[in-house]
Design a binder for this molecule. Structure first.
Ligand SMILES: [Zn+2]
Length: 408
């Protein structure tokens, strides 16, 4: 494909998409069109500038101009099967389909930000078959809002049309401990008792702390001390952390010997004081992704470092399962809307809102009550697609789009 062809095809698909979506084309639609027309994935980066230029141009026109222009370009829309919205997902096993998860922490009910990102995952499960998990990540005993467990399940039932399975991480603690044993046996982790500032100082200089060279026997006994009650001479909160042995010379300091588990004595709303050692996100996520045979993950782009950490852990364990295919999403900034679970909870508790379904809130519960259908969110998500670009929308723009999808 030469430059002129690429330009014409990009215009054709961009205009078609703009007309379908109230004058606003998405970059994903243009890229999907180019792929359908045979553009190689490897040729995409060098054409991104051209694509965004065309997109900008199209979106600056009003819909009548777009329609006129489309007449000139529609002949460049290919006859190959073209996909509207979401792109073809790679690495799908036809028998198993797509196994994926939406993993909120129980700090509040779902809001529209959650709904848009999780709908993308759900749509792939719907298309290819497989399984959708609602995985409630509650291994930090602090910062849990107990009613959220129920609220999240209700929201998921509505949004994922009852096609999902709930997993609560704090009910799987023995499993995480079992994996720590595996890591210990492979000498892939160590228990570090250094003061955190001291540790940071060393790691910033690409130097190891003394704990890293402990024998595996010593590590096992330290791990036992982490698990033992403080009253029986076990470590106290803040005295020890389990660390992963990564590459101490990794260019990114955040990827050097990162922590996997820590002691937290706060009471957990469900488990009370049953556990003392809690897995951190990277440990729990890795174990669960392996155990649930997750095949595809669509996550926010700020999780890129975590994906790298988790990949390292797959390798260290020597699991046969491949690390899930991963795609990153840009941030959707919704202006003039309160999307912080903490703030909403505070408002509900203080009586500022009548509840999670208060019509002033951008929660799913409130929008459900107003008569929105889950399919409106699915269409919205399709429209956003697998884009890594950040997007900013104000309330008016958001509801204009949502309303139009809800009418369809
Ligand atoms: Zn140490």
């Amino acid at each position: 494909m030469n430059q002129t062809e690429i330009e014409k095809i990009a215009r054709a698909y961009g205009l078609k998409n703009a007309i379908a979506y109230e004058g606003n084309a998405s970059q994903g639609a243009i890229i999907a069109g180019l792929f359908a027309a045979g553009l190689e994935k490897s040729d995409l980066p060098k054409n991104m500038k051209l694509i965004s230029q065309i997109l900008k141009e199209i979106n600056s026109k009003d819909i009548e101009e777009q329609k006129d222009e489309f007449e000139k370009y529609k002949k460049f829309i290919g006859h190959r099967q073209e996909r509207d919205g979401l792109p073809e997902l790679p690495e799908v096993d036809k028998k198993k389909g797509v196994i994926t998860r939406f993993s909120p922490s129980p700090s509040g009910a779902m809001h529209i930000g959650h709904a848009l990102t999780s709908s993308i995952s759900y749509l792939f499960v719907k298309e290819y078959g497989g399984k959708m998990y609602l995985r409630i990540e509650d291994t930090n005993p602090e910062n849990i809002f107990e009613p959220a467990y129920k609220l999240l399940e209700q929201d998921a039932a509505w949004l994922f049309e009852n096609n999902f399975e709930t997993v609560i991480q704090s009910e799987r603690m023995e499993l995480y401990y079992k994996y720590v044993d595996k890591f210990l046996k492979k000498d892939a982790v160590y228990v570090c008792t250094c003061q955190s500032e001291k540790f940071k100082e060393l790691i910033d200089k690409m130097q190891t702390c003394p704990c890293r060279s402990l024998s595996s026997k010593e590590n096992m006994s330290r791990w036992k001390k982490m698990l033992d009650p403080v009253s029986k001479k076990g470590y106290d909160e803040g005295e020890a952390v389990l660390r992963f042995k990564s590459d101490i010379k990794n260019k990114n300091p955040a990827l050097r010997d990162f922590p996997l588990a820590r002691i937290n004595l706060s009471e957990h709303p469900l488990q009370k004081h049953k556990y003392k050692v809690w897995p951190l996100m990277n440990l729990a996520v890795t174990v669960d992704d392996i155990e649930m045979s997750v095949t595809h993950v669509i996550r926010a782009k700020e999780h890129r470092d975590n994906a790298t950490r988790q990949k390292m852990m797959y390798v260290a364990l020597g699991v046969e399962k491949k690390y899930p295919w991963t795609s990153y999403l840009g941030r959707i900034n919704l202006k003039d809307m309160e999307l912080s679970a903490t703030q909403i909870t505070k408002g509900v508790n203080e009586g500022k809102y009548s509840g999670w379904d208060d019509p002033a809130l951008p929660t799913l519960a409130a929008l459900r009550k107003k008569g929105y259908k889950p399919q409106a969110f699915h269409k919205f998500a399709e429209r956003i697609g697998l884009s890594e670009n950040d997007k900013t929308m104000d309330k008016k723009e958001f509801f204009q789009l949502l309303d139009s999808f809800n009418r369809d």
